[in-house]
Design a binder for this molecule. Structure first.
Ligand code: PEP
Ligand code: MG
Length: 884
């Protein structure tokens, strides 16, 4: 096989491979450089040493294979010939080259590039003369010694940095650019001394020796710690190695007819089909990035270099037509001649991704399926939330965990009660609820707040889950923030914010800012809506939503939800108009008293269900019976003020509340008296809820709407629990229907959220008409990780790669996934065998809105996923991609 492939002069040596094969052999960068040459785009000549040579290099104990050496020399000659006959490192007029790595998949930062290779004590003089710019020549030389020394020979880059630092100090200047040609010449001498001290040899004055050492260095970097680690994290396997690209250097800093720039073929922020980028006249590539000078917008190049600009515009369209994708390009103009140095598909915001995909279909560049595949589902977040106005300037004072996307500004209030009280008087104020953490007691205040910020907690903490459910911006785990409740202040990064002052969060990034930042609103229209209809054509999974209020249900429908997969009834218990009755029920000491209290709650429940059934007309609605332990509805043990308030409101002695709180206290409430264990012990609670569901369904059906209620029993671990509760639910439902003289179709199913339920899914499916995997609890119970207490160890687990991802965010396929897969198979077989029916299976844990988890759900054959309203479009797109 050939070891080296030449490119330049509008041709490139043919590999005889397809696009994918070329990328594997030449690496992404090499393949694109060759491709640009082939389609007639000007590229400085160069050659690519293949990934196979890299593999051979390792097979032969880190030696460049013998046959490759003449091939490299041969290719170098071609480059010299193609570039005006200048020789590498020629003392009079040197050709200089860059040496860069480039594997089939991009591995940014894996290895440093070596530029200006070919400079020596002799050729640096030639370059100075030829360019008339000694400053530039010596600067290039000292950069080569640094890059070559640290990359190829293992010198410490800091030792070189130390020298330039000392030099600047001695000269009393701030910037590298303030150093004169003589300073830089002196710096070269010092750099060479640093080099010699480390390498025990002089900096090589033979340009070819430099070249081969540089090639070795690139190959070595393939198995450097950084690269190995990167491949492990990104799960990159099966690559043969890195290619090496050796390419003639061109310089954009050779006067007023030279320049350099970076550009995108479309606007990467908005997706608009305009040429977008920056350039600098008389500058090198890194000057554009480093921000030393402010670059000019690309359109202005039309004035500075009209010919070059026209050529660049032509290249822009050639590249897009060829790659059928938005490109990110780099170019340099050397004395009026344009060279392209790189092209690759460009990174973009979600908004831009959608617009570009849809417009490219309309332009006939790609088809609908390609468009659907091109947009990363998570990037849709960008289109679904109010955003901090990108035009505003912000100063980030701290960072927490980005828990629920979107931007929000509001006045700081430190308790949910304070939010409720403030909002009552000032309904138009934007409020930022700031807490150490939140609990179900806080939901009223949370709901009224524009944004939520907590100093503790992770992505599955109460604040995060609730906020995400509402599409409310939320940042959690902002450890840099200290809350002083007594002083009613918070301190972040040494700055103090008083309650009542403005604070801003960006839930998409986790940023926290002091003061107010304006926001802009989202909508699902135009290109976004178009892309979604294309996605729907391909997907197999149905998409439902987790919602417990009619407004959320309606929002989800607008986003394309096809039913409710989880209505958490406990959220309805906290309503101001009924919490007293709920507490009465909890304080009841006899069944009769409990029933009396339940009778007060029932009309509220029924009205809520009517609202939800109406909003979801024609779609199934899964309503889960009460799940959390009862103590969650009472003030916490040490909340003296709260206890007194509740006692006053209920007209009972404080001691009565305190005693009940003590009685209900649990060491481990998540594994305590909750879920189906509640109605097993207090059947009247379940009876009331089932009655409310069926009566609401009857009422809505009477109005001529289509209702499909699904009663879901949580936290079942033993089939007998389900048998008992189902029997009771059927009896209650039948009674309601007989009384009303109307029948409604309903189903009774269960959540699979305990490992034992998954393990005995065959038994459970004999009783259940549907399964909904509650992967929050299933993950918690399978790992034995309390979902609210992972912050102490999860960051370390992720950093140490003990876990590849937070399992509360993306399904742990190996463990939890195995239980799910098994549960589905056992359940489906058993339901079919015993009842001749298809067992409907879905997921309603937070994972239902995570694209990777959606792909998993598709693979294991679920019927639907259910997620927060604001993640519905993301799930739709992920489900389509899973099916394509
Ligand atoms: C779950 O456990 O996955 C679930 C959806 O229920 P909850 O989060 O309310 O416990
Ligand atoms: Mg659960």
């Amino acid at each position: 096989a050939k070891h080296v492939y030449f490119f330049g002069g509008k041709t490139a040596e043919d590999t005889g491979l397809d696009a994918k094969g070329q990328k594997e052999l030449l690496g992404g960068k090499g393949a694109n450089l060759a491709e640009m040459c082939r389609i007639g785009i000007p590229v400085p000549p160069g050659f690519t040493i293949t990934t196979e040579v890299c593999a051979a290099y390792y097979e032969q104990g880190k030696k460049i294979p013998e046959a490759a050496v003449p091939a490299i020399e041969e290719a170098l000659k071609k480059v010299e010939a193609a570039f005006g006959g200048r020789k590498l490192g020629d003392p009079a007029d040197p050709l200089l080259v860059s040496v860069r790595s480039g594997a089939a998949l991009s591995m940014p930062g894996m290895m440093n590039t070596i530029l200006n290779l070919g400079l020596t004590d002799a050729s640096v003089e030639g370059l100075a003369k030829k360019t008339g710019n000694p400053r530039f020549a010596y600067d290039s030389y000292r950069r080569l010694i640094d890059m070559f020394g640290s990359t190829a020979m293992g010198c410490e880059h800091e030792k070189f940095e130390h020298e330039i630092h000392e030099m600047k100090k001695a000269k009393g200047v701030k910037l590298d650019t303030d150093l004169s040609a003589d300073d830089l010449k002196e710096l070269v001498t010092r750099y060479k001394a640093v080099y010699k001290a480390h390498v025990m040899d002089d900096f090589p004055q033979d340009p070819k020796k430099q070249l081969f050492l540089a090639v070795n260095a690139v190959f070595n970097s393939w198995n450097g710690n950084k690269a190995i680690e990167y491949r492990r994290i990104e799960r990159i396997t099966g690559l043969r190695g890195t290619a090496v690209n050796v390419q003639a250097m061109v310089f954009g800093n050779m006067g007023g007819t030279s320049g350099t720039g970076v550009a995108f073929t479309r606007d990467p922020n908005t997706g608009e089909n305009v040429f977008y980028g920056d350039y600098l006249i008389n500058a090198q590539g890194e000057d554009v990035v480093a921000g030393i000078r402010t670059p000019e917008p690309i359109a202005k190049l039309h004035e500075d270099m009209p010919k070059v600009y026209e050529q660049l515009v032509g290249i822009r369209s050639t590249l897009e037509k060829h790659y059928k994708e938005m490109q990110d390009i780099e170019f340099t103009v050397q004395e009026g001649v344009l060279y392209m140095l790189q092209t690759r598909s460009g990174k973009r915001t979600g908004t831009a991704a959608v617009r570009i995909a849809v417009e490219m279909v309309k332009e006939g560049l790609i088809d609908e399926t390609t468009a659907v595949k091109r947009v990363a589902p998570d990037s849709l977040n960008h289109l679904l939330q109010p955003q901090l106005d990108p035009k505003s300037k912000v100063e980030v004072v701290a960072q927490g965990i980005a828990a629920s996307p979107g931007g929000a500004s509001g006045i700081v209030l430190l308790s949910a009660e304070a939010v409720v009280a403030h909002a009552e008087k000032n309904p138009n104020d934007s409020i930022m609820l700031v807490r150490k953490e939140t609990s179900p007691e806080d939901v009223a205040g949370m709901h009224l707040a524009k944004g939520i910020l907590t100093s503790t907690g992770g992505k599955a903490s109460h604040a995060a889950v609730v906020a995400r459910g509402w599409g409310k911006p939320c940042v959690v785990g902002c450890e840099a923030m200290k809350i002083n409740e007594e002083a009613q202040t918070i301190t972040i990064a040494g700055k103090t914010v008083k309650a009542g002052e403005f604070l801003t969060i960006n839930g998409t990034t986790g940023d926290v800012m002091i003061g107010k930042v304006p926001t802009v609103a989202p909508s699902m229209t135009g290109d976004f809506a178009t892309l979604m209809t294309w996605a729907d054509k391909g997907r197999k999974l149905k998409i439902r939503t987790n919602a417990d209020a009619p407004a959320d249900a309606a929002k989800a429908r607008e986003f394309g939800a096809e039913g409710i997969g989880l209505c958490r009834t406990e959220h309805m218990f906290f309503g101001k108009d009924r919490i007293a009755a709920v507490r009465e029920m909890i304080l009841a000491t006899s069944t009769d008293d409990r029933k009396k209290a339940l009778a007060k709650i029932e009309p509220f429940q029924k009205a809520d269900f009517v609202g939800i059934f109406e909003a979801m007309d024609g779609y199934p609605v899964t309503i889960r019976l009460l799940d959390p332990p009862l103590h969650e509805f009472l003030p916490q043990k040490d909340n003296v003020e709260g206890t007194e308030d509740v006692a006053r409101q209920m007209g009972v002695p404080v001691s009565a509340i305190r005693e009940r709180v003590d009685e209900l206290h649990e060491m481990n409430p998540m594994m305590g008296f909750r879920g189906c264990r509640l109605p097993v012990v207090f059947p009247e609670i379940g009876d009331m809820q089932v009655r409310a569901i069926i009566e609401a369904a009857i009422e809505v059906k009477k109005k001529g709407k289509s209702v499909l209620p699904e009663i879901m029993i949580p936290l079942v671990g033993v089939v007998e629990e389900l048998t008992m509760l189902k029997k009771r639910a059927i009896a209650t439902a039948e009674e309601c229907m007989t009384k009303a003289g109307i029948k409604v179709e309903y189903q009774i199913g269960t959540m699979i959220e305990l490992p034992r339920a998954a393990l005995t899914a065959d038994e459970i499916a004999a009783e259940a008409e549907f399964f909904s995997f509650g992967t929050n609890d299933l993950t918690q119970m399978t790992f034995g990780f309390s979902r609210d207490d992972i912050k102490g160890f999860m960051p370390t687990y992720l950093k140490e790669k003990i876990l590849p991802v937070d399992p509360f965010q993306s399904i742990d396929v190996k463990g939890v996934g195995k239980l799910i897969d098994m549960g589905i198979k056992l359940g489906r077989e058993s339901r079919k065998a015993k009842h001749g029916q298809h067992l409907k299976v879905g997921i309603c844990g937070e994972h239902g809105g995570d694209p990777d988890s959606v792909v998993f759900c598709h693979k294991v054959g679920m019927d639907y996923v259910s997620c927060s309203p604001f993640r519905v479009p993301i799930a739709r797109l992920a489900a389509a991609q899973a099916a394509l």
